[in-house]
Design a protein around this ligand. Structure first.
Ligand SMILES: Cc1cc2nc3c(=O)[nH]c(=O)nc-3n(C[C@H](O)[C@H](O)[C@H](O)COP(=O)(O)OP(=O)(O)OC[C@H]3O[C@@H](n4cnc5c(N)ncnc54)[C@H](O)[C@@H]3O)c2cc1C
Length: 557
């Protein structure tokens, strides 16, 4: 049983930045990560990171675009902090050694992204996440910390409303242990694997969010699920918004540049919720290609631009779709991409539990509100990762030693032993695909009451079957059957919160589009959904949105 001052769970951009801040504040830090840090999903980010560094651009415009993009559900105090920190954050990452693409004048190159008033997305070709992650990891290498590599968090240790550490197991040996901590920062990233068609990596299973929920922390706005408009038809591999930022256009089967109908001012660069709904509408109304997709055309940009600015996209299209985007259109359709909701935090990463902090995609500050703008998430991981690290360090500096009791380990691991000793029971992989099918069918881009009610019923039915889950593999070394079962359990808890929140919210806002309530309803619904775990399942309550300077208006692009 180990003990540390600050334990950061997750080694993506948010976790690494939190760890760095806590170390710089003088605390003793451990990072726990189920993946090698450089395998974190942050490394898959393609398009770029936002900062209003252009002469014509301003921090205020970035704030306004983010508030508007959020459909006025974002907390404006947090958004102001976020956009003010953007420039210094990107410059700091450049100083840490991130090799950003540059323009002819030698300045950081910027591309246009959806919902942005000016080109403000700074990038490293179409591998921005990997460039940032590598630079930060190398920088972190100059600091002292303990790394629990390929250790997987399963639950939090909580006593009297305070977090005292985590329970985790070493995938390499199968050993479970408790790791005590004065403060814990959860930075476990996305949970898109709740859906079948997603751009997220297999590891994006929301373990930290589910563990926080199990421990009594409040989750916020989980019903807001972002679908990215352009994922490859077959595999759902992401084709970055940068492709449209560089001038790519969407066309339906009639050869029509259909976005003009939905966003007459900005066409293909409307925000993601708008473009995703447009594609689904085109396909549903019979203007898609057979099999149900539209085309993303890059051919007119020329070979040199496509192959230099969108290298990875070229590789993906060629390898995974057999398409050469230099000469052929790319078949695309929306896929789940990002979770606007997460563990509710204040702008400094504090959650509703003492000693527990969260940052990155696992958290909901909330700056994205009902819809996130592309390029704002990489920035969020760094800005709020740092904030959470500072706050966790300050808390740990005065907190008493954690109260972790060796004898309690058995209680935490009892369910897993039961799963492994069953002679008969449910296969976790089948439960996962059943859950994914329910979420795709009933809780997708367009929603309505009948579907959502059926979604609640069916997710609860899968959850009930999960009570009888069986782990067949008895080995200790990399038992992915056990890992799978644990992760499916986490995702099922979160799926239930998503569908219930979506059912309750009788309006359309941002990514939450109800065909039976097509209008935004500010009088009734200008509020955050808060979900806590009750004896019978999620309990929903609501919290006000923070306003500073921006009055809600109708959102048109
Ligand atoms: C394909 C793709 C492209 C994207 N492109 C962009 C873009 O261009 N611009 C942009 O702004 N945003 C983009 N995003 C979104 C953005 O990349 C993510 O929101 C962000 O990187 C998440 O960072 P994170 O640090 O919160 O999580 P991650 O980078 O996912 O890191 C999570 C960490 O938690 C660890 N972890 C998870 N569960 C456990 C557990 N149980 N125990 C221990 N460790 C655990 C993992 O090992 C990992 O280290 C993209 C997302 C995807 C999927």
């Amino acid at each position: 049983m180990q003990q540390h001052e600050v334990v950061v769970v997750g080694a993506g951009l948010a976790g690494q930045r939190a760890a760095l801040a806590a170390i710089e504040a003088g605390r003793e830090v451990a990072i726990v990560s189920k993946l090698h840090p450089l395998r974190s999903h942050s490394g898959a980010a393609q398009g770029g990171i936002n900062a209003a560094l252009g002469k014509e651009d301003s921090v205020d415009t970035h704030i306004y675009d983010t508030v508007k993009g959020s459909d006025y559900l974002g907390d404006q105090d947090a958004i102001e902090l976020f956009c003010r920190e953007a420039g210094p954050t990107v410059v700091e990452m450049e100083h840490f050694g991130t090799i950003f693409s540059r323009g002819d004048d030698g300045a950081l190159a910027r591309r246009a992204f959806g919902g942005a008033g000016f080109p403000r997305t700074i990038y490293a070709a179409d591998r921005t996440g990997l460039a940032l992650l590598q630079a930060l990891w190398e920088h972190l290498g100059t600091a002292r910390f303990r790394l629990y590599e390929e250790w997987e968090l399963t639950s939090l240790i909580v006593r009297d409303g305070r977090v005292h550490g985590i329970v985790a197991y070493d995938r390499k040996t199968g050993e479970f242990d408790q790791i005590g901590a004065k403060a814990v920062v959860l930075a476990t990233g996305p949970f898109g694997r709740i859906y079948g068609r997603t751009t997220n990596a297999h590891s994006c299973t929301g373990d930290g969010v589910a563990a926080a929920y199990d421990a009594g922390a409040a989750l916020k706005d989980l019903e807001f699920v972002q679908f990215h408009p352009t994922a490859l038809m077959e595999s759902a591999i992401l084709i970055t918004e940068g492709a449209r930022g560089e001038g790519g256009i969407l066309k339906n089967a009639q050869g029509e540049r259909f976005m003009g109908k939905y966003a007459p001012h900005v066409f293909d660069l409307a925000s993601r919720d708008v473009v995703s709904r447009a594609i689904v509408t085109e396909v549903r109304e019979g203007r898609g290609f057979p099999g149900g997709y539209v085309h993303l055309e890059l051919m007119h940009l020329g070979k040199e631009k496509v192959e230099s600015r969108l290298q990875e996209i070229c590789d993906y299209a060629r390898v995974y779709a057999g398409i050469d985007p230099v000469v052929e259109p790319i078949p695309v359709y929306p896929a789940q991409h990002y979770m606007m909701g997460g563990i509710g935090t204040d702008p400094h990463g504090a959650t509703s539990l003492r000693g527990l902090f969260a940052a990155g995609e696992a958290a909901c500050v909330s700056i994205h509100g009902a819809n996130r703008l592309g390029g704002n998430s990489l920035l969020e991981t760094l800005v709020f990762g740092k904030q959470a690290g500072i706050a966790a360090a300050a808390y740990a500096a005065t907190a008493s030693a954690p109260d972790v009791r060796a004898a309690e380990l058995d209680q935490y691991t009892a369910p897993y032993r039961a799963w492994s000793s069953r002679k008969d029971g449910e296969d976790p992989a089948t439960l996962r695909s059943d859950m994914q099918a329910v979420m795709e069918r009933y809780v997708g881009i367009y929603r309505n009451e009948a579907d959502l009610l059926e979604g609640v019923r069916q997710i609860r039915a899968v959850k009930a079957r999960f009570a009888n889950v069986r782990v067949v593999d008895q080995s200790h070394v990399y038992n992915m059957n056990l890992a799978d079962a644990i992760e499916v359990g986490h995702m099922l808890s979160l799926a239930e919160v998503i569908v219930l929140g979506a059912y309750a919210r009788t309006e359309s806002r941002g990514a939450h589009a109800r065909t039976d309530y097509p209008k935004r309803d500010d009088a009734k619904w200008m509020k955050h959904t808060i979900a806590t775990r009750g004896p019978e399942g999620p309990q929903l309550s609501y919290a006000p949105v923070a306003y500073t300077r921006w009055e809600p208006k109708e959102r048109v692009y």
